[in-house]
Ligand binder design. Sequence first.
Ligand SMILES: [Zn+2]
Length: 324
Amino acid sequence: MARSVPTFTGAVDEDTLGVTLIHEHVFVTDPELDVNMPHPEWNEQAMIERAVQILSSLHERGVRTVVDLTVIGLGRDVRRVAEVAARAPVQIVAATGCYASSVLPPYFRLNGPGLVVDGPDPLVDLFIGDIERGIAGTQVRAGMIKIASEGSELTPDVERVFAAAATAHLRTGVPITTHSDAAARGGLAQQDALARLGVPLEHVVIGHSGDSLDLPYLRALADRGSYLGFDRFGMEHVGRDEDRIRMLRALLDAGCADRIVLSHDAAVFSRVTPPSWRNEHVPNWRMSHLFDTVLPQLRADGVDEAALHQLMVVNPRRVLTGGA
Ligand SMILES: [Zn+2]
């Protein structure tokens, strides 16, 4: 039986997902700064137009689905992205979750079981509500849960976010994806925590694994069943694409093709690294880079179409549907 995946424009059959970018951002903002210190390059209507344009050009390159991993902490605003989704030819999947890599915002620190304002954990309510009812009063339901940690260990606040994500996953089946600190081999502690919480590790993407230069580390993550996010192609201020390609090819040679997903972690607009900065310093950091440069290079290096189909279509579909 075909499974369905929620998108901004409704649930879609898994067979329509097609070529999928599993870790991108439409708009990364900071609502408090946007009110008090508007960014000179931010113009909402112009950026919505730009997003529609970029997603249309991806559709011309064969992309059918983009996962927007913008969650709490990154300025998620699904009403704004819904305007893009209504006009873009690709499907956009929304995410729930919390991007707090060490300390939670004060609201969460004071509200929850045994805390100053004692009651149910608002993180759990948020994640499950976003998945089951819709995000912020909209009909848009989340199709992924995004969590984060920095370094090689989880802080107590991050442990709490992981526990909330595990609760939401075990109840809904929606997959978990992480921001991990690849240089610190941070994915291992993430796997340990999630496994302890009862999450099957094949329902987890260890994000930013493509930034690691440590093959035994990556193989250890894959051997435990998780997907490795090679999800920052073009992000040359963090790592070189030639290294990502070298590590990717080593993993393919090691028989790990069924455990890897590719993406860019790019954004149409991000306040932290605005368009002018990206144009000047990381011109390849855009959502078309895989199709214009990386995949053609892999083909030239002898990676066959079946492997590329696995990376771009089969694996993301399995992640999003929890399929085997
Ligand atoms: Zn990201």
